[in-house]
Structures are given as structure tokens and as C-alpha cells.
Ligand binder design. Sequence first.
Ligand code: AMP
Ligand code: MG
Length: 320
Amino acid sequence: MFFLSLVLLPAAVQAEWFNGAEDIMGTQISVELWQDDPTLAQIAIDAVMAEMRAVNQSMSPYIESSELYQINQHAAKQPVVISAELFALIQKSLYYSKLSNGAFDISFASVGRFYDYRKAELPAEQQLADMLPAINYHLIELNPTAKTIRFHHPQLNIDLGGIAKGFAVDKAISRLKSLGVESAIVSAGGDSRILGDRRGNPWVVGIKHPRKDDGFVVRIPLVNSAISTSGDYERFFIKANERIHHIINPTTGKSAAAVQSVSILAPLAVDSDALSTTVFVLGVKKGLALINRFNGIDAIIIDADGRLHYSDDLLRATQS
Ligand code: AMP
Ligand code: MG
């Protein structure tokens, strides 16, 4: 016995945490996972990055060969055949539009594409007024039989920036599961999903202070959950004392101003992502009313005055 264990000991491998990070989809993708085999760990990290690149290649509004770009080029003239995956994600986007009475609307891009946050540019009032009628998800027609999409407005443009990162994170987690990974976190900017726990403990995810670069407002312990945060501090510029940022109120074509940050907890990142953007536009009252309708979905909102608001289940949890 003693001899045997001596022989086996050098071959025994130590499990540990492995990390990977890359800039894809205009944001930082990071992955951390628990593995005992460094080769398998690297395969898993590469698989996550490959999923992210594939989603970007299909759904980027900037890459001319992407499916999304082609839709925006042609769907106002004729129905465009699209992949089953993109079809399903647009269908889900329309579901969130109906659920929120249009607060979430991928056709926000009809106006949104005239903002450039890096160059501090925004659409002129007349241009905004001209393009505003093209923000209307009712004018996006999906044909489930032919798997086509068609726009019923010549200026209509779509952008999946409010849902695609969460979708990509879910795909990455599925890949990790199929590779046998049991504990991991995958993040794409403000959208994260946690697989399993952190070796017997929960993962602790911090919600950023919307006005302090390195401060956190709350820390949340999470196991097997997704969390997405939408904040007005992510992509913005200040003009005439007004914060012009990347979350657009579809009714006005201007930045939504009701809150500073929204975090959503949900089982899947595609849902937490879409809902964080949705609740950001809806504001505290309507946003919490929507979230409280769902079991297993929660919200933490920081309002325009910096005050915290929790959905009912979280409120009970913080008080018990
Ligand atoms: P997130 O950080 O997940 O809230 O996503 C913000 C991104 O969602 C923006 O950069 C836009 O691409 C997109 N977006 C902005 N406003 C809306 C809206 N009202 N409905 C859907 N997507 C939006
Ligand atoms: Mg979102």
C-alpha cells in the first residue's frame, strides 16, 4: 500500500482556478473556471472565446458580413432569410417589447445609430424627429415558416446590444457544461453567469457605484445564477449638463433618465440582460412591478438620486 501511494503521488494533479480574458463584442470577456487539468482548462477557455466571437460575427451591427448588418441593409425592401439562432433571439426581443409595452425595443437603433458616445455626437433635433417613427417593434415582421425578417419602415434599423451579450454568455456556459466544467463564471461586460458555486461558497458579485469609479454599492452572493447590470456610466458623455448615454427611451429617442443603474438576477443571462435594459427604461415603479410578476427574477435599482430599491423577494431576504 505504502509503495502504491508513493507511485501514484507524483501523478496526482491539483485542481485550481484558471482565468482567461479578451476584448470581443466591444467589451471585456472574462472567464474563470475550476479544473484539475490545465490542458482541458485552456480548451474550455478557448471554447468560451470562440462562442463569443461567433455571436459577434453574426450579430455585430458594424461588421458588414454579419447577418445583422445584412438585415439592416435589406429587410426594409424585402424579407431576409436568417439563421434559426438569430431568428429566435429577435423573437425573444419582441417578447420583451410586448411585455414592457415597448420599453425594450431593438428598433431603438433607428435613432440610436446616430449617437456616437466616443465622439460625443448626438442626432440633431430634426433628424431625431424624422427617425423616431422608425422606432416601433410592431413594424418588425418575423415569418416563422420561411424564417424571414421584414421591416415595414424604410428607416428601421435594429441592434441587439441590449440582449446579445447575455445570449452569448449562456452559450458559453452551455459549452463549459458540455466540457464537464462544474464551477465557473463567464462575464461579457455587465452580463455574467455563474455555474455552480465557488468550492462550497457562493460567488460574490459587486454592483458598481454609478458615480464612483472603483466603489461598490452592494455585494451579492450568488450560486447558479445570471446577473446583468445596465448603467448610465458605461457609455456616455456630458453635454450642457445632461448625461447622454447608451440606453435609449424608445418614446423619445433620448437617453432614459429615470435611474442610474439596474441589476437583474435571473437563471439565464439572456433574460437578465434584456430585463436590465428594460427596467432601466421603465424606471423604479413600473420596473419593480414588472420584475415582481416573476418568480426567480430579482432587481436592484439605483434611482436618479442614488437611492437603492429592491424587488420584493430580495427585500424580504435583506430583512430576514
Ligand atoms: P445594457 O448595457 O445591457 O443595458 O445594454 C445597453 C445596450 O442596449 C445599448 O448599448 C444598446 O445597444 C441597446 N439598447 C439601448 N436602448 C435600448 C432599448 N430601449 N431597447 C433595447 N435595446 C436597447
Ligand atoms: Mg441588458
